[in-house]
Design a protein around this ligand. Structure first.
Ligand code: AMP
Length: 411
């Protein structure tokens, strides 16, 4: 199906052609017509599926069909879980809307940057507001923003917003919205909490699900290399050289470790940086832009920081530390091989990771052969776990999950 068979204006079609979008992705084929015919939508969609454009294009289309006089009022509100996704979505609205007769004003509202400037930008007139929920609440509570003209309310990557307190934040935001509006919900998974949110905000939504919707993961070559923990850094340097790996995203479990290893790699003359939630927004933007522009070859990142990032051309993802859950594993390896490309995902497996990796493989229905690399062979035996030792990651509930459940029960 070509884009021309969707009821999008010639200005949008022409822009799509210019940026090289040849045909809609499966999710776009289904979701765009639904939004254009004013349905509420509840879509199951992964990052990399083209989900953002599936709501951005029809929203632009519908908003541009009406001409509004005077200072722009907020007509579309998009909530996302991270600052990065917020900026990407705002940029995509601007990019797809470039050729429209009346330019729609897009403002992003994110933590870590001056609230005053963001408020000022809104007050100057704003058609489309893209925000992280926490920061939006700060702005809403200042009572200097009018959300009563909202026609579209979008939750993007809803399952990533289930942090403690999100349900209350959402409640407060919903109070500011008009009852009659179009609600669009996008989530990779639909756990009970998301279903509860969905039933609260949507009105007879059309459920959309694209079968076999994991091309990103299927086209990733998954490898697992056994190595002792202390040898992971040297092994990574070896692989970078021997396999000529370029544009590599390396996932690690904690922030300090990403800083330390990036420094170490730089000392070896490699182009590396760290990327985590403790960096200022400016630092994060700077690093991300440099990585996107391929000025940085290796990015050491934590899951939180890397969630939802839209980086093209990552050829290799390395699980220096394994992710906590199988879902995170899929999410991480889905960073590579996007938009039809192929990619590699390499997981480092130390003795203590074997059991957890077996759980991940089982849940993800994959069976990955364990390799060893000459000169970096794994030595010794698995440390014996003492009674009462920490449970295998991913098998039990984490402290955080338990705290969340407790908080919810006590409501
Ligand atoms: P998303 O799933 O929204 O994060 O999109 C993943 C990537 O695919 C983004 O870089 C989009 O720009 C790109 N993309 C989305 N739709 C299309 C399309 N129809 N053709 C080509 N690339 C697309």
């Amino acid at each position: 199906m070509p884009f021309s068979s969707l009821a999008l204006s010639s200005k949008i079609q022409s822009r799509l052609k210019k940026i090289g979008f040849k045909k809609p992705t499966p999710i776009q084929e289904k979701v765009i017509p639904l939004i254009l015919t004013k349905s509420d939508v509840m879509a199951m969609a992964q990052t990399g599926s083209g989900k953002s454009a599936s709501y951005i294009l029809p929203i632009l289309e519908l908003l541009s069909r009406n001409s509004y006089e005077g200072k722009a009022k907020i007509k579309a509100l998009v909530l996302t879980p991270t600052r990065e996704l917020t900026l990407q979505v705002a940029e995509a609205f601007n990019s797809f809307g470039t050729e429209l007769d009346k330019k729609l004003k897009v403002v992003s509202v994110i933590g870590g940057e001056g609230i005053g400037e963001q408020l000022y930008a809104i007050q100057q007139g704003c058609d489309i507001l893209v925000a992280t929920s926490g920061r939006l609440l700060d702005v809403v509570s200042k009572k200097q923003m009018n959300l009563s003209h909202i026609k579209f309310f979008v939750l993007d990557e809803a399952d990533k917003m289930l942090n403690l307190g999100f349900a209350e934040e959402l409640e407060l935001i919903l109070e500011e919205l008009p009852k009659k509006r179009q609600n669009l919900l996008f989530s990779a998974t639909y756990p009970p909490k998301i279903l509860a949110i969905a039933s609260k905000i949507t009105n007879e939504p059309v459920e959309v699900r694209v079968e076999n919707e994991e091309p990103t993961v299927e086209s990733v070559t998954q490898r697992a290399i056994e190595v002792n923990r202390e040898n992971r850094g040297p092994l990574l340097r070896h692989l970078l050289e021997s396999e000529k790996l370029e544009h590599v995203l390396v996932f690690m479990a904690n922030k300090r470790a990403t800083d330390n290893i990036a420094e170490k790699f730089k000392k070896y003359g490699l182009s590396a940086e760290s990327f985590h939630g403790d960096l200022t927004q400016e630092e994060r933007n700077f690093t991300l832009d440099a990585f996107k522009a391929k000025k940085i070859n290796i990015l050491f990142a934590t899951d939180i920081a890397a969630r939802g990032l839209d980086i093209e051309n990552i050829s290799c993802v390395v699980n220096f530390d394994l992710p906590r859950s199988p879902t995170d594993y899929i999410h991480r390896i889905g960073r590579t091989a996007r938009a039809g490309r192929t990619g590699i995902a390499i997981s480092f497996i130390a003795h203590e990771d074997r059991e957890h990796f077996a759980v991940i493989q089982k849940k993800c229905h994959v069976n990955i052969r364990l390799e060893q690399i000459e000169g970096y062979e794994i030595k010794g035996d698995a440390p014996i776990r003492e009674r009462g030792a920490a449970p295998v990651k991913g098998k039990g509930k984490s402290k955080k999950d338990k705290a969340r459940e407790k908080a919810l029960q006590s409501k």
